[in-house]
Write a protein that binds this ligand. Structure first.
Ligand code: KIV
Length: 258
């Protein structure tokens, strides 16, 4: 199987659509890798999927680092992208650089951070330092308090022009790919056409070069998945049934066997 890295992702543009997803632990990262997922994102969505928070905002660097390390130890061919948690790149560029370095040293091949023009200085500095950056524009969940909820972005002509300008700015700053989250599909199609880097959509329609799905959504572990999600399995029910069968068999004495 092919080993994924920045050059392979860049080369896929216009040739191969990439189905990418999140993973946060060794077990699921290994399974995603064995299945051929090209990019595994250790997303700050772990705040909601793994840690039980309402938003991504409480995720800490320490949680990111242990997750990145577990995932990186468990994949052979997938590229591992570590999401920079809220607060890890907002308090000064030197601190942001130290945190990006820590994510790479934990085993990630690249970092992801949210924002367009306003984070271009950082993207430039990171790429110049040899840290590949996957940018993230459109609906950026770390701005949830600014939006007043997880709301689709780029809906008016002005807002769409802003998202397009942000996407062009992060490309110009050196990002090797850009996440387009929750924007109209026509806008995502236009950005995908105008940019020479890979666009990775989530809730942004079919025209993007690649797609993200949060692992818990695609596997049906999260029963309240957003409407754009396709569930490729319905594991929540199976897992619940397995736990219940185990509890029942221990209670009746059917397990363990003599
Ligand atoms: O944290 C995450 O899972 C993400 C994806 C939604 C792209 O940023």
């Amino acid at each position: 199987m092919k080993k994924w890295n920045v050059s392979a992702v860049r080369a896929a543009k216009g040739k191969q659509k990439l189905g990418c997803c999140t993973a946060y632990d060794a077990c699921f990262a290994r399974l995603a890798d064995e299945a051929g997922v090209p990019i595994v994102l250790v997303g700050d969505s772990m705040g909601m999927t793994m840690l039980g928070y309402e938003t991504t905002l409480p995720v800490k660097m320490s949680e990111t680092l242990s997750s990145v390390a577990a995932v990186a130890r468990s994949v052979k061919n997938a590229m591992v992208v570590g999401d920079m948690p809220f607060g890890s790149y907002q308090c000064g560029d030197d601190e942001a650089m130290r945190n990006a370095v820590a994510i790479i040293q934990a085993g990630a091949d690249a970092v992801k951070l949210e924002g367009g023009a306003r984070v271009c200085g950082l993207i430039r500095r990171m790429t110049e330092a040899g840290i590949p950056v996957l940018a993230h524009v459109g609906m950026t969940p770390q701005s949830v308090n600014e939006y007043g909820g997880f709301k689709k972005q780029g809906k008016t002509a002005d807002a769409a022009a802003q998202v397009l300008a942000d996407a062009k700015a992060v490309e110009e700053a050196g990002a090797f790919a850009v996440t387009l989250e929750c924007i109209p599909s026509e806008l995502a199609a236009r950005i995908t056409e105008e940019l020479s880097i890979v666009t990775v959509g989530i809730g942004a329609g079919p025209a993007c070069d690649a797609q993200w799905l949060v692992m818990h959504d695609l596997l049906g572990l999260n029963e309240k998945a957003p409407s754009f999600v396709k569930q490729y399995a319905h594991l929540a029910g199976e897992v619940r049934d397995a736990f219940a069968a185990y509890v029942a068999e221990v209670a009746t004495g059917a397990f363990p066997a003599k």
